[in-house]
Ligand binder design. Structure first.
Ligand code: ADP
Ligand code: MG
Length: 503
């Protein structure tokens, strides 16, 4: 800001002196406004100015009285030079204390005065620049804060031991903290499953020590409303750059994370669906190949049996092996049937189905097998009939497979199966609970995969069939197994979705 672009306020009741000064200042291009009294000066100060030359003695005020008011005018950053004819050291000190930029003695050398004014202008300019910078920084920081606050990613700053120094609302929310913050709490000890502590501590040490940036997917424990839940988060861990750290601060680690629980669930689902589709085509093809010769063989066997019977005693040694072959063919035929149910669930043949009667039939038929396994099966029905629109055969199959698995899980060990039917919003809920060994976590995500079985001789198709039959009804299935037993919950809607092209 050269003199030529500045606005100078001159407050002096000595007209001659003022006119001389104005001439000098205007000579170098400054804009000068002149006031004769304090009141006039305050009036003029409403228009922003850069530097004021203020006479110590005015008709209506002293310069010292006016000084703070002038300083407060405008953006509060203008500088004021006090001008006086008779000065003492005390006056000068007083003036500077009151905030004057300089104390100029009359009569003055015009060149020297210009130097003083220019210096004051430079001062004004640098304070204004600093102020603008401060404001920009403040705004930028505020914007960053909003970003950190509203972003969905979890952002945490912690020390190498996992003690939290800062955390954004998304991070608080993810672990179920809705009020207060996480400051000073230990992220690892409080929010990571205990079996993963060692790994987490190792990771933090690596980031702190080597400064490596590490990406890792891991679980966090969140508790809300008395319920704890595990969620998956994909993390990026990095160390704060030394040049960004304040001196004396220890190493700090930044963790930013994106929740992936839902993504993982969907991935798992689509894996199952993909396999189902592939296996479906394969099984359908196989079924064609096998069914015809199987039927032909069964027919021929029956003829053979009839012929043998006519031979009376001579045939005796042959009836037993014949029976065995027939049994084996029967087994093969059932397996084929299971394949087909799974691979081609067929069109939904819907009707009003009273679920209680279906469940009663399942429990009745599974009864002998359960008894033999040392397992009791209890059925809890709602008071009245529970009817939905569904495919009776398929609902039967769903319940049968679930009860069958529950009984098999406790074979020999004994136990109880609870089959519970209840009304639910928009449909019905079927629950099959057992107090067997449960399903280990690593298997839980795989039980719907076709051919996944932990049983010797298991087909691994039971749950896959259940999944596919529940899906064609537009229902949902959830399997819980944590600690004691296994709980399966199936929801079937009041009416299944209309099959595309069905009408
Ligand atoms: P299969 O019964 O032929 O093994 P399924 O698809 O019916 O095939 O079941 C798959 C696997 O799921 C079983 O092998 C078993 O490990 C597990 N499973 C299913 N239901 C239960 C249950 N109620 N308790 C324990 N494990 C179960
Ligand atoms: Mg099974």
């Amino acid at each position: 800001m050269a003199l030529s672009e500045s606005r100078i306020l001159m407050i002096d009741d000595h007209i001659d002196l003022a006119e001389d000064l104005m001439e000098i200042l205007e000579g170098v291009g400054a804009t000068v406004a002149h006031a004769r009294t304090g009141a006039e000066a305050l009036e003029l100060a409403r228009t922003p100015f850069d530097v004021a030359l203020l006479d110590v003695k005015l008709p209506d005020a002293t310069g010292l009285e006016l000084l703070p008011k002038l300083r407060a005018a405008g953006d509060g950053l203008a500088e004021i030079l006090l001008v006086t004819g008779h000065a003492s050291i005390e006056d000068a000190i007083e003036a500077v204390k009151a905030g004057a930029y300089a104390y100029v003695l009359k009569p003055f050398n015009p060149d020297e005065l210009l130097v003083d004014v220019e210096r004051a202008l430079r001062q004004v300019r640098s304070t204004r620049e600093a102020e603008t910078l401060r404001q920009t920084l403040g705004e930028r920081e505020a914007r960053l804060r909003i970003l950190v606050k509203t972003v969905q990613a979890l952002l945490i700053e912690m020390d190498p031991e996992g003690v939290i120094l800062q955390a954004n609302p998304a991070a608080c929310h993810a672990v179920g903290i809705t009020s207060g913050d996480l400051l000073g709490r230990n992220w690892i000890e409080e929010f990571i499953p205990e079996k993963e502590w060692r790994e987490a501590i190792g990771l933090l040490r690596r980031v702190a020590g080597e400064g490596a940036e590490i990406h890792r997917e891991s679980r966090i424990v969140s508790s809300a409303g008395g319920r704890t839940r595990e969620r998956w988060v994909s993390w990026t861990l990095s160390r704060l750059h030394e040049e960004d750290a304040e001196p004396g601060q220890g190493v700090r680690i930044y963790a930013s994370g994106i929740e992936t629980t839902e993504v993982k669930r969907l991935e798992r689902r689509s894996r199952v669906t993909e396999k189902l589709a592939a296996v479906g085509t394969l099984a359908a093809g196989l079924a064609h190949e096998i069914r015809n010769p199987l039927n032909a063989a069964t027919l021929q066997l029956r003829l053979l049996e009839r012929g043998l019977r006519r031979l009376d005693e001579a045939a005796e040694p042959l009836t037993e092996p014949l029976g065995l072959v027939q049994d084996e063919l029967g087994r093969l035929s059932r397996l084929l049937h299971e394949f087909l149910t799974f691979a081609r669930p067929g069109e939904l043949q819907t009707m009003r189905v009273e679920l209680g009667s279906v469940a009663t039939k399942v429990v009745g038929l599974e009864g002998p097998a359960a008894e033999e396994a040392g397992v009791t099966v209890n059925l809890q029905l709602p008071k009245g009939p529970l009817e939905i629109e569904a495919d009776r055969e398929k609902v039967y199959q769903i319940l049968f497979n679930l009860v069958h698995n529950a009984v098999e899980a406790m074979r020999g060990e004994g136990g109880q199966v609870e089959v519970i039917l209840e009304e639910a919003e928009g449909g019905a809920r079927l629950r099959v609970n057992d107090n067997g060994p449960g399903i280990p976590e690593e298997n839980l995500s795989r039980i719907f995969e076709p051919f996944f079985s932990t049983k010797p001789g298991g087909t691994g198709l039971g749950m896959a069939i259940v999944h596919s039959l529940v899906s064609v009804h537009g229902g949902t299935i959830e399997v819980h197994s944590q600690g004691e037993g296994t709980q399966v919950e199936v929801f079937l809607p009041e009416t299944p979705p209309t099959v595309a092209g069905a009408n």
